[in-house]
Design a protein around this ligand. Structure first.
Ligand SMILES: Nc1ncnc2c1ncn2[C@@H]1O[C@H](COP(=O)(O)OP(=O)(O)O)[C@@H](O)[C@H]1O
Ligand SMILES: [Mg+2]
Length: 249
């Protein structure tokens, strides 16, 4: 508004990506795979949309795993109603109900714009060492209770071990998602495989976390480090992308 150039996506993209359902509508328009879904601002809006259980229920506009617990994974209509009710009352917002993507999970960091956009090494969130009884999801429990500064949860591997076909496909849909939402300079895209090992977009983070300490689990800096890019170089690359985009270089 003040005509001061800045790094990162514009307010429209930031707002759209915060609204996970609107994001999915745009992804679907562009033919980019994401889990079938509907939204419910009240339990009375739960409809038979022919989605196949298990389903996953989360707040439509939160982040940092807020509102996402083991109980978000639901197997029947009763559990679904309870979770929709929980989201509606505790978070004062509609619930997003999606088919559960049962396969491996990845997060993909992207730096730059247009032809120069660079996909950094893929991070896998590997749930095999999760305590028993936990559904394999990056829930509030996983992010903030199981993973502490004193006892970091060792679930991230980078680069993810992937066959070349799957790796190409993941990189491709991450870039497509980035461009379809008109992300700028940088973003991190969450992806999960469905039961047939096809990658689907979960959500787009146009303002990814960047904790500098490698011991704290922050995926964008982790991906950059794996690519041989230091923390300072990573920040400079974001700034340079923004400067170039604004014709300042
Ligand atoms: N449709 C889904 N199927 C399977 N797991 C999911 C699905 N949606 C979210 N998750 C799990 O929940 C986690 C958090 O969801 P996400 O939408 O990325 O929320 P946040 O904005 O809090 O990161 C994901 O990293 C994934 O483990
Ligand atoms: Mg996420």
């Amino acid at each position: 508004m003040l005509q001061i150039p800045y790094s990162g996506s514009d307010p429209l993209t930031l707002a759209t990506c915060l609204d996970k359902a609107r994001t999915k509508e745009i992804l679907s328009y562009h033919g980019i795979p994401n889990a079938p879904f509907f939204i419910a601002a009240h339990v009375s809006q739960i409809e038979n949309k022919n989605l196949t259980y298990p389903l996953f229920v989360k707040p439509i506009w939160e982040g940092s795993s807020k509102g996402i617990f083991t109980s978000s994974f639901v197997n029947n209509r009763k559990e679904l109603s309870e979770q929709v009710e929980r989201i509606n009352t505790e978070y004062s917002q509609p619930a997003l109900i999606e088919e559960f993507l049962s396969g491996r999970e990845f997060t993909v960091s992207i730096l730059g714009n247009g032809e120069e956009a660079e996909v950094l090494p893929i991070v896998e969130i590997d749930y095999k060492d999760f305590p028993e009884g936990f559904i394999p999801i990056y829930s509030y429990e996983a992010k903030w209770i199981l993973d502490t500064k004193e006892n970091p949860l060792d679930v991230f591997s980078c680069p993810a071990k992937l066959n070349p076909v799957l790796e190409t496909r993941i990189r491709q849909i991450a870039l497509q998602a980035y461009n379809s939402l008109r992300c700028r300079d940088w973003s991190r895209i969450d992806i999960r495989l469905d039961a047939n090992d096809n990658p689907n977009i979960i959500e787009i983070n146009p303002l990814p976390g960047i904790l500098p300490d490698p011991k704290e689990n922050s995926c964008f800096p982790k991906a950059a480090r794996t690519a041989g890019i230091s923390y300072d170089e990573m920040l400079n690359k974001v700034l340079l992308a923004a400067a170039r985009r604004n014709n300042l270089l």
